[in-house]
Write a protein of this length. Structure first.
Length: 439
């Protein structure tokens, strides 16, 4: 199930927006003057599917209608400042309905609230102040009120925000994955120690450096998995070889073809940086003895199993490197299982990540997040992708997004001011109104 249409009524009390997504193209671009709510729309959709009802109630709008490709509609309506009502509809029929009353927790926010229990019950919340927490699962700083609405169902002494919500609505919100790439994407929050320590603090960290470390860890973990598969197969290899006969398909032609395919795949793995460079040994040019055919067949089948471990990462790494190397001038990009991102000048000298331009860092962060952090089949929202990008890079942006969309099965909603991003793809545009009233 995918999103087909987004309607938002009276955002900021002024604008009615109707965004019919380009479902077949999988990319929709919204544009309009400053102040009509482009960024607010993206954040609101993200908060709805993250079930951040405490945040949604603060956004000035009257109603949101989200239509899915199965023709069901989710309606979210504000009733004053203290109640949200939600309906799941199909045509004129209401399938499910629920509401959230934010007044339920007002007494709980009082001075006698047992705050200390939160630290014991929800382990991924680290206190950074008397009534503030760092949520390690999302990287966000949240208040006591946000804790209650987000995790109220997990606390033994409070009524959660989802208690009156039908499971069908919660399931829809939970199952459709959304990801929001905001304009501030070159710095991330990192939490150090805890509230109980006098040295506890939240620091900013360069995103590119953080993702470089993550990339190295991904490569190392994949190599560990391949090694584990190899060890298991090696233990059983003698038994399988001695106890089984040679299958009919273990012909010299098939073996040579399988070996050639594996050699080609190994070459791709080495070029991608997933395995170390090594010289590959060729099969003998003379006819292979019949006894050797059986040995080689089982050996090559085991190699196939070992190499399968790299399949989920392989195509993403190849596309990632292709995008970056086609953009960056005077330097080459590679991956290392020890160093993560590696940039070298044409002279061979390494370029520190902190020395990359802001445009290069934005390109690197965008491509990495879309390929390695976003779950497949997600709905992706990107705010102002043109930031710090040269016009030439902006022209190529949608082509990159299309390639990533096909590989990872993603849908995109993009907010931009840049005609260079849109370039020759005006058919993907949805204009937001310049004034109030119905759209």
């Amino acid at each position: 199930m995918r999103i087909e249409r987004i309607e938002i009524m009276k955002i900021f009390g002024m604008f009615d927006h109707d965004i019919k997504l380009k479902v077949s193209d999988r990319i929709t671009i919204i544009h309009g003057p400053n102040g009509v709510g482009k960024t607010t729309i993206l954040q609101l959709i993200k908060d709805i599917f993250s079930k951040k009802f405490h945040v949604i109630k603060t956004v000035p709008f009257s109603k949101v209608l989200i239509t899915f490709t199965n023709k069901q509609k989710l309606e979210i309506k504000k009733n004053g400042n203290m109640t949200l009502s939600l309906k799941l509809k199909k045509g004129r029929n209401v399938l499910q309905r629920g509401s959230i009353d934010f007044s339920l927790t007002q007494e709980e926010l009082g001075k006698d609230f047992p705050i200390h229990i939160i630290d014991d019950v929800i382990p991924h919340l680290d206190r950074t102040g008397p009534r503030r927490w760092f949520d390690t699962s999302t990287g966000e700083m949240i208040s006591l009120e946000e804790v209650l609405y987000r995790y109220g169902n997990d606390l033994p002494f409070t009524k959660g925000s989802h208690d009156s919500m039908p499971k069908e609505i919660i399931d829809i919100l939970s199952n459709l994955k959304t990801y929001f790439i905001q304009t501030q994407r070159l710095l991330v929050l990192s939490h150090e120690e805890s509230y109980r320590s006098p040295r506890s603090q939240v620091r900013t960290r360069n995103t590119v450096e953080k993702y470089s470390v993550e990339m190295a860890e991904k490569l190392q973990e994949t190599l560990r998995q391949s090694g584990s598969v190899a060890a298991s197969l090696d233990r059983t290899f003698p038994h399988r070889l001695l106890e089984s006969g040679a299958p009919k398909e273990a012909t010299e032609k098939n073996i040579r073809e399988k070996y050639q395919n594996q050699s080609s795949y190994r070459g791709r793995l080495m070029k991608a940086g997933l395995i170390d460079e090594e010289e590959q040994v060729s099969l003998p040019t003379s006819n292979i003895e019949s006894n050797d055919l059986k040995l080689l067949w089982y050996y090559l089948n085991d190699i196939d199993e070992k190499l399968k471990v790299f399949d989920p990462l392989m195509k993403k790494v190849e596309l990632f490197k292709d995008i970056i190397n086609s953009r960056f001038l005077y330097k080459s990009f590679s991956l290392s299982k020890s160093d993560g991102f590696v940039f070298k000048l044409d002279s061979g000298k390494n370029v520190p990540l902190k020395c990359l331009s802001s445009g290069e860092q934005h390109e690197l962060v965008l491509a990495y997040e879309l390929l390695f952090k976003v779950p497949e089949k997600s709905f992706i929202m990107i705010d102002e992708p043109e930031l710090s990008l040269h016009v030439t890079w902006q022209h190529k942006f949608l082509n990159d997004i299309e390639r990533i969309s096909k590989l990872a099965d993603l849908d995109f909603l993009i907010a931009t001011h840049s005609p260079s991003i849109i370039h020759d793809r005006r058919s993907l545009m949805v204009s937001l109104p310049k004034g109030g009233g119905n759209a």
